[in-house]
Design a protein around this ligand. Structure first.
Ligand code: SF4
Length: 123
């Protein structure tokens, strides 16, 4: 009743449910299943607790291509080798070394962050 009086709509049901598959994405030779969920537990209790597409955290769990190039995401926090190319919030997508792939996936082309090629890095 009050929402009608004040011209506000009642809260909508979330568009997607936690755990629902968003997409299967292939980027730089690796395939990732991306699900809806929350990056932080506290996001569940935010003002708009909609599940979002959760991309891998390559800081917590580093992943490399077979030639030793590290995966990053466009929204990943920057590292000590960050070279800013845009005047926006600092994230990998704003770095000179970022190579964009499908959706938020990318590679870090910084020489300092490469590692020796390894054969046991498959997903
Ligand atoms: S793209 Fe690479 S060098 Fe640039 S901030 Fe991200 S991890 Fe660091």
């Amino acid at each position: 009743m009050f929402t009608t009086l004040f011209g506000k709509s009642p809260p909508k049901e979330p568009e997607h449910r936690e755990g629902e598959l968003y997409r299967v994405i292939t980027a730089f030779g690796k395939t990732f299943e991306i699900y809806y969920g929350y990056y932080e537990e506290s996001d569940r209790y935010s003002k708009y607790p909609q599940p979002v597409e959760v991309f891998p955290d390559f800081i917590k769990e580093p992943l490399y291509t077979e030639d030793g190039t590290p995966f990053v995401t466009a929204i990943q926090a920057t590292c000590e080798h960050y070279e800013k190319v845009r005047d926006t919030a600092d994230k990998c997508a704003d770095c000179l070394h970022f190579e964009k792939g499908e959706e938020l996936f990318g590679l870090c082309r910084c020489r300092a962050r490469r590692r020796e090629p390894q054969k046991d890095n498959g997903i």
